[in-house]
Each structure stands twice: as C-alpha cells, then as structure tokens.
Design a protein around this ligand. Structure first.
Ligand code: THU
Length: 160
C-alpha cells in the first residue's frame, strides 16, 4: 500500500486594489452580474465573469426556480453560455463573487462541487489552466491557478 498526497494552494489578495488591473475589471463585471442574479428563494446572489482568449467577457448569475433543483449556479450559467457562443475560444480566467441578503459575506466563497466539475470539462478540453478568482462581497480575494487545483482526483473523459 502507498499513500498518494495531492496538494492544493491558494493565493490571497487583501482587496480589489491589490489585484492586477485587468483582474479587478473582471471581478467588477462579476459584481455587476451578481446584482442581476435571480435568487428569490435563497437570497444568495452569485455573479461570475469569464475572460476568453478572444478578449470577450461573458458573465452569468445564479438563476433559481420554484422547483429548486431546476435552478442553476452563476458559474455554470456563464460557462455554458460562453462555450455555446464561442466553442473554439479558450477560457483564460474566471472571477466569482457571492453575497447574501441576510448578512454581508466577507470571505472568499469558492465554486460548488457541481460547478467545479463543469469548469473541469472545459479546462481539460482546452488543455490550458483556467485561473479562478473568488470572493464574497467584500474582503479578501482568493486565486487558484487552475480548476484542477480545486478538484483533486478529477473525473474527466480520460476515464471513459
Ligand atoms: N450558487 C452559485 O451560483 N454558485 C455556487 O458555486 C454555489 C451556489 C447559487 C445556487 C443557489 O441559487 C444559491 O447560490 C444558494 O445555493
């Protein structure tokens, strides 16, 4: 028997001011998207913005439904739309922000497991790491250099 260890690492920025300019612009697009979220059931508002290698920025927000499981997270709304519109483009980076009507979120809020799996599909397809920045409404911003870093023991097409 042997043990396999996988390490993940995050980089933490103290505020938007500490981010490279083009990343703070992308995060601000995510904030605008978050403000358009449709989240009447959870009151949890999420926005995502993607930068593609053709310089397009695609945004999405969570879309809820009275039939709860029919709703969709912001990250998947954005990434499915991006790949529908620009199937040949590669995703360079993704910015995510999440906030609650109940209390202000002040720490980085990572993408859920289902979104990580969805993002993984495109990271594997494009063979280029997707930078992922995530935050609450205020406070620190976390950066992962890739989706794979957030999802060890990935399930992808290589196992099919
Ligand atoms: N949500 C997202 O949009 N992204 C995530 O990664 C986690 C959760 C949404 C789904 C639902 O509308 C609300 O946040 C509460 O779970």
């Amino acid at each position: 028997m042997k043990e396999i260890k996988i390490e993940s690492s995050l980089y933490v920025f103290e505020s938007l001011d500490e981010l490279p300019k083009e990343v703070s612009i992308l995060m601000n697009k995510a904030v605008e998207a978050r403000e358009k979220a449709y989240a009447p059931y959870s009151n949890f508002y999420v926005g995502a913005a993607l930068l593609l290698d053709n310089d397009e920025i695609i945004t999405g927000s969570n879309q809820e439904n009275a039939s709860y499981p029919s709703g969709l997270c912001a990250e998947r709304t954005a990434i499915y739309y991006a790949h529908s519109q620009f199937p040949e483009a590669k995703i360079v980076r993704m910015a995510i922000t999440a906030g609650s009507k109940k209390n202000q979120t002040a720490s980085p809020i990572p993408p859920c497991g289902a979104c990580r799996q969805a993002i993984a599909e495109y990271e594997v397809k494009q063979a280029l790491p997707i930078e992922i920045y995530f935050m609450g409404e205020i406070g620190n911003i976390a950066k992962s250099n890739s989706l794979a870093n957030l999802l060890p023991f990935i399930f992808d097409k290589s196992v099919l």
